[in-house]
Design a binder for this molecule. Structure first.
Ligand code: SAM
Length: 293
């Protein structure tokens, strides 16, 4: 008879359990509450994909957390646009659970998701997790968050929430910023508005003349501007792919690490790119002149 190798409900996984997607020490009941595992310990295709995405991101985040812990004995992480907080819970379960005085904050506007995450954190006795029903912009001013944060993440935070997460990270002097942007409509709408004027000035406007190209180029240039913005604040930036295109259309992963690098050149490039593509009016979104001078 075939042996049932599914992990037991409520247990943590050991290497003896035959489920390669689940890592050693992970709390099985948590994965069930997050609906990554079904009640009988199985995983469907959707969950497998979600888990793969989160693990892939965790693989980039874990060394950053370790790096922070090389210079002090605690680490703080803020996850913006947390949604159901898959990312936060998995990072906590795999890494923070074993730490003292370290904290993950989930920022999310939907109150029912915040309440559910708070309930789960309590249920699993994760004292180093808090969830705040705030917009990213509100959290930047909130007294409920510390003045300094080590790592800031935003996984598919909608539209301009990624930009707000960058502002948050800059204000909190984050050491590391990990972004997987969602679609951003703001830049495309400005490109569209100024298209007529731009077409008369430069043949390069052909790149975004057709509506579908306006949207795609809008998305791409948004991320280019975000990278320059981070570099203009002294960060070193790498851009890579989160998972294969077959998994998600929004899989650009931007990782920025503060290195106090020279700011002048990227700040100049940022300004020049904004001018070249007719986005000068967006300079306050991507550029805070007084901060990078
Ligand atoms: C696409 S979901 C991603 C959720 C989660 N990060 C994930 O990848 O599973 C985006 C989430 O961001 C939240 N959100 C959108 N705009 C926000 C804002 N300005 N501030 C905080 N949360 C926001 C939405 O309510 C939603 O739950």
């Amino acid at each position: 008879m075939k042996q049932n190798k599914q992990p037991k409900i409520g247990a943590t996984v050991t290497s003896a359990d035959n489920m390669p997607e689940i890592r050693e020490g992970q709390t099985v009941a948590l994965l069930q509450e997050l609906h990554i595992l079904t009640r009988d310990g199985k995983m469907n295709q959707d969950s497998r994909r979600k888990l793969k995405q989160v693990y892939h991101l965790y693989q980039f985040i874990e060394p950053l957390l370790k790096e922070v812990l090389e210079s002090k004995d605690n680490v703080t992480l803020v996850d913006h646009g947390a949604g159901k907080s898959y990312l936060g819970f998995i990072i906590y379960d795999l890494f923070f659970k074993a730490l003292q005085n370290s904290h993950i904050y989930g920022i999310e506007t939907r109150e029912e998701l915040v309440a559910r995450s708070q309930e789960l954190a309590q249920k699993f006795n994760f004292p180093g997790m808090s969830f705040l029903p705030l917009s990213v912009a509100e959290s930047t001013e909130s007294k409920l968050l510390p003045e300094q944060i080590d790592v800031v993440t935003a996984l598919h935070a909608c539209n301009t929430a990624t930009d707000d997460a960058i502002q948050f990270a800059l204000k909190k002097k984050a050491r590391h910023i990990v972004l997987v942007p969602c679609c951003q409509a703001e830049v495309a709408s400005v490109l569209k508005k100024n298209k007529g004027q731009s077409l008369g000035k430069s043949a390069l406007t052909e790149i975004w003349r057709h509506p579908i190209h306006t949207r795609e180029f809008g998305s791409q240039i948004t991320n280019v501007l975000r990278c320059l913005q981070l570099e203009a604040h002294g960060y070193s930036v790498t851009v890579t792919e989160l998972v294969g295109w077959e998994h998600s259309m929004k899989n650009e992963l931007i990782i920025a690490t503060y290195k106090n690098l020279p700011r002048k050149r990227p700040a100049e490039r940022l300004k020049e790119v904004l001018e070249t593509v007719g986005l000068q009016e967006m300079s306050t979104r991507f550029y805070a002149e007084e901060e990078v001078a």
